[in-house]
Design a protein around this ligand. Sequence first.
Ligand SMILES: Cc1ncc(COP(=O)(O)O)c(C=O)c1O
Length: 370
Amino acid sequence: MNNPGPKAVIHLNRLRENIQNIQTHIGDIPLCCVVKARAYGHGAGPIAKTLEKEGIRFFAVFSFDEALELRSIGIQSDIIIFSKIIPSRLFDAVENDFILNLSSMDDIPAFVQCIKEKGVSPRFHIKFDTGMTRLGLDAQDADKLFKVITENAKLRCEGIYSHFSTADEGELSYAHYQLNLFNSLVESGINAGIHFKYIHCSNSGAVLNLPDSRFNLVRVGMLMYGALPSDEVPQNIPIKPVMNYEGTIVNVRRVPKGTSISYGGVYKTMNDTTIAVVQTGFADGFPRPWYENGFVGYKGKEYKIAGRVCMDSFMIDFKKETPLIGDEVLFFGMTKDNHIPVETIAKSIESTTYVLLTAIGGRTEYIYIN
Ligand SMILES: Cc1ncc(COP(=O)(O)O)c(C=O)c1O
């Protein structure tokens, strides 16, 4: 047994297929692939490299350092940084050719200062808040901002965007409200004389639910990783889970009926049974609340998680089965024998696919195949 800990097996062929299927669904509109938060727990470097080879020319990250990491491994495509600008790093952004986020009137002086000192502004997209109440300019500031931009030719405004808060829900009236507001902001900007190279509003939920929000760039995260943003979206694009999260059995023992397992002794064996230990725990991102109804996959069958998930390990009740030390079990994903959608876990523990996937890490070994 080389690695007794958790393994995230990343199927790059599934990533390529997912991207192709999303592209087929939306037609001839470029994708902005969202690879923030270690590509939703999949590893930003290998994911971005695979996507760039597939022809993707636009990436989104959250932090400046995530963007630098992509450049350091040779990613040449456009990279937009979603976070609030860091005024002291504006010239670094120019040097690395990053696209920043202008999300407040308060951001303007930093851009103007950069032009004054260095003669050049970083490229940026204007982010409007249309109802998420997070980062983004208020609609009432639009005309003021458009005036500043049209009066300063050195401000390199290349885009305008916003973000939906309910695009992955069954009830879409609020998303339509946000889209209408965004449309009117785009129109005002164009009427003010600004040419937006990129106009974007879509996320995975909108890809599935709101075809009118595609404009000329579609941001996509969760769908390309092969999971659904929620259980309310239409499942009209074939996708496969890019990550199989797995672990190795390191201990097997027979125990009598009535044996208590793990912290708190909340799990008591109903019969004489086989209990196996895997060395994956909540410190690796394994979802602790899943122990209540959770199971793992082994040789085509499902076996219950026995007792509370520990920091570094958890136990499995194999009943009459006698697995061997070194055998692999599937936590979520899809193998030739088992399929445990991460969506199933998210639903059961009232969490989301976003929370579950981005949590994966800790001592997890990443294995990239295909
Ligand atoms: C601004 C922005 N755009 C796009 C996305 C991608 O969303 P999704 O993973 O639902 O496609 C995110 C993710 O949180 C985001 O914050």
